[in-house]
Design a binder for this molecule. Structure first.
Ligand code: NI
Length: 169
């Protein structure tokens, strides 16, 4: 089922998600729906708060549905190692049409549970590292505009307000 993606400034986006403690069908259905919603929006990742669910769950698929081996569901994820620096453009499904460069670590190692509760670790660099950091930020209520420079943030928020006033947000 395709879920509705909430846009900035919905308060749920800035609220830290609750840790997941039950690995049941409800969780697995949420994850399946989040993948479907990501693909329908042509995104590469989505966090549960973006569909109005304040839980520490995120999905990432850099292949956008083309390669099942790249589907990643992360439950209760955390970054355990980060190194280096990258400065690349990012977007967010809760900020349609806003793309700006954001500073991120170049490489990260994460630790997370899968949809059955099994813990695993995984390394990511470049785009995958950025996706890990962007999505895990969402679970802490941190949006990518807060990772931008003050100037880029104010320009982005001005564009958001303009789209809101035009009814295109
Ligand atoms: Ni996002």
């Amino acid at each position: 089922m395709i879920l509705k993606i909430v846009k900035y400034p919905e308060p749920v986006l800035e609220r830290p998600g609750e840790p997941v403690t039950e690995f049941n069908d409800e969780l697995r259905n949420l994850i399946a729906d989040m993948f479907e919603t990501t693909y329908a929006s042509q995104g590469i990742g989505l966090a549960a708060p973006q569909v109005g669910v304040s839980k520490r769950v995120t999905v990432i698929d850099l292949s956008m549905g083309k390669d099942p081996a790249q589907k990643l569901a992360l439950v209760n994820p955390e970054i355990i190692v980060s190194e280096g620096r990258q400065y690349e453009e990012e977007g967010c499904l809760s900020f349609p049409d806003i793309r700006e460069k954001v500073v991120r670590a170049a490489k990260v190692r994460i630790r997370a549970q899968d949809e059955n509760g099994k813990w695993f670790e995984m390394d990511g660099e470049e785009l995958l590292a950025r996706a890990f950091q962007h999505e895990i930020d969402h679970l802490d209520g941190v949006l990518f505009i807060f990772r931008m420079s003050a100037l880029k943030r104010s320009l982005s928020l001005r564009r958001v307000r303009k789209m809101q006033s035009e009814g295109s947000w």
